[in-house]
Design a protein around this ligand. Structure first.
Ligand code: UDX
Length: 448
């Protein structure tokens, strides 16, 4: 099958590469010439484990090419996947649909024969129906240019696996022909018994935002419990573990800490709440504003904890910030809780030295006022307090004694519940984490 993938960012590049590896002829399309040149020369423009190797494989097979020409795309493809971004609007909580609209408007005039255009971007419900109308109007093929929706659930850091072996496929279609085309395009995936759910367009759009809202709710739920734990001296880490034994609840996305960030969860729940209000059913998902509020409070509370451990003021203090990416195994700093906390501490007068295994360059560009180091120990040199903000494995492996040797004061705030409190405390550290008691329950017992 001949596929085009429009938009070669995180989602599009991964999709294009994986589809070519699975045997299709693929043309990746983007308006960003430098991105296209990079990909065509075998370089993945972002950090994603396993993807560079697959890009080489796909290019070597001769099945993957890149272009900036929509005319070429229209001529080449039987199925066109739209994978452009839908960021939050600068002055509102709504999604910015400029790129999705532009992709359809620019491609449509080149669709001269029957073709399927498949949206993968996360959009407000109702967008697909609107785009379908635009497509029919603008394409020379008229009704032969059909729209479908196929939401994407890939997680950064696991993008290859999530694309090659997703837990489900959702096909939002308006004809049997469109379903057939999608079944053909995903044949290698479906051959692995991946379940497929065929729906109408609006249900397919909703699956994505409903899934991300649920995940955000689960994280904020446990973080709300952390607030209760903080007021009562209970331990949210133990609470979460005890809840997770109930299969109906489960332990995934129930990790308390600094909360969620990234290019998806925060903007998706805001855009969903906004869209629901537009539809007159805002009350139904009004709780998403609370989920967002709980999540934002985690960042403020982490700053409070650092201030507290420093004796009430961080002005003039040296803070080692471990982590910048919004989560480990990613170099993505979009809405990164780690950098938000680092900036707030800097604004409060601290000197903040950041280290991250993958996101240093992008962090440096976006936050030039922070200081940067090339290792965790280097960042911690002379620090009054160490703050763990992204749970990279590398940080879990730090020996408390090795870090103790370089810091000024042995104080650590574990924003991600990534470290073993007993190990750090026994090495002489004052260890603090959101929602966990100042002294562990068993230690309290022993002290009696
Ligand atoms: C998310 C969805 O998981 C994915 O299905 C969708 O396609 C895009 O959005 P991603 O943004 O890559 O993927 O990150 P994810 O792994 O979901 O983590 C989101 C945030 O939640 C991170 O900041 C992470 O640190 C945080 N998180 C996750 C928690 O704070 N606690 C948890 O228990 C899990």
């Amino acid at each position: 099958m001949r596929l085009t993938v429009i938009g070669t960012g995180y989602l599009g590049a991964t999709h294009a590469i994986c589809m070519a590896v699975m045997g299709h002829e693929v043309l990746g399309v983007d308006v960003d010439t430098s991105k296209i040149e990079k990909l065509a020369s075998g370089q993945v423009p972002f950090f994603e484990p396993g993807l560079p190797e697959l890009l080489t494989k796909a290019l070597d097979s001769g099945r993957l090419r890149f272009t900036t020409s929509f005319a070429e795309a229209g001529d080449f493809g039987d199925v066109h996947f739209i994978c452009v971004g839908t960021p939050q609007q600068a002055d509102s909580e709504a999604a910015d649909l400029t790129y999705v609209d532009a992709a359809v408007t620019v491609l449509a005039p080149y669709l001269r024969r029957r073709a399927l255009v498949v949206g993968k971007s996360t959009v407000p419900v109702g967008t697909a129906a609107r785009l379908a109308g635009m497509l029919r109007e603008l394409a020379p093929a008229g009704n032969g240019a059909e729209l479908a929706w196929n939401p994407e659930f890939l997680r950064e850091g696991f993008a290859v696996d999530d694309t090659m072996r997703p837990d489900r496929l959702v096909f939002g279609v308006t004809s049997a022909w469109a379903e057939e085309r999608l079944r053909d395009a995903f044949e290698p995936v479906l051959a692995q018994d991946v379940p497929v759910k065929v729906t109408d367009l609006q249900t397919a759009e909703l699956v994505k935002v409903a899934a991300n809202s649920f995940l955000a709710t689960k994280i904020s739920y446990i973080n709300a419990m952390a607030e209760i734990c903080e007021a009562t001296g209970a331990d949210v880490h133990d609470l979460a573990e005890a809840l997770a034994y109930d299969d109906r609840i489960g332990g995934r996305f129930l990790r308390p800490g600094l909360g969620f960030g990234g290019g998806c969860l925060p903007k998706d729940i805001r855009a969903f709440a906004y869209r629901a209000e537009e539809l007159g059913v805002g009350q139904a998902v009004g709780f998403l504003r609370e989920i967002d509020g709980i999540n934002r409070r985690r960042r403020a509370r982490t700053v409070d904890l650092v201030v507290e451990i420093c004796g009430g003021d961080v002005a003039g203090k040296r803070v080692a910030a471990l982590g910048a990416a919004f989560k480990p195994n990613s170099d993505d700093i979009r809405d990164a809780p780690a950098l938000d906390v680092a900036e707030r501490l800097r604004a409060a007068g601290a000197t903040v030295v950041v280290y991250d295994p993958a996101a240093l360059e992008s962090a440096r560009r976006a936050h030039p006022d922070l200081e940067y180091s090339t290792s965790a120990l280097d960042a911690a040199r002379g620090a009054d307090v160490v703050v763990l903000l992204t749970e990279w494995n590398e940080f879990r492996e730090i020996a408390p004694s090795a870090m103790a040797a370089v810091v000024r004061h042995r104080k650590i705030v574990d924003g991600r519940h990534a470290l073993d409190p007993a190990g750090w405390r026994s090495a002489g550290w004052e260890y603090r984490a959101l929602g966990r008691p100042t002294v562990a329950p068993l230690e309290k017992e022993h002290r009696r």
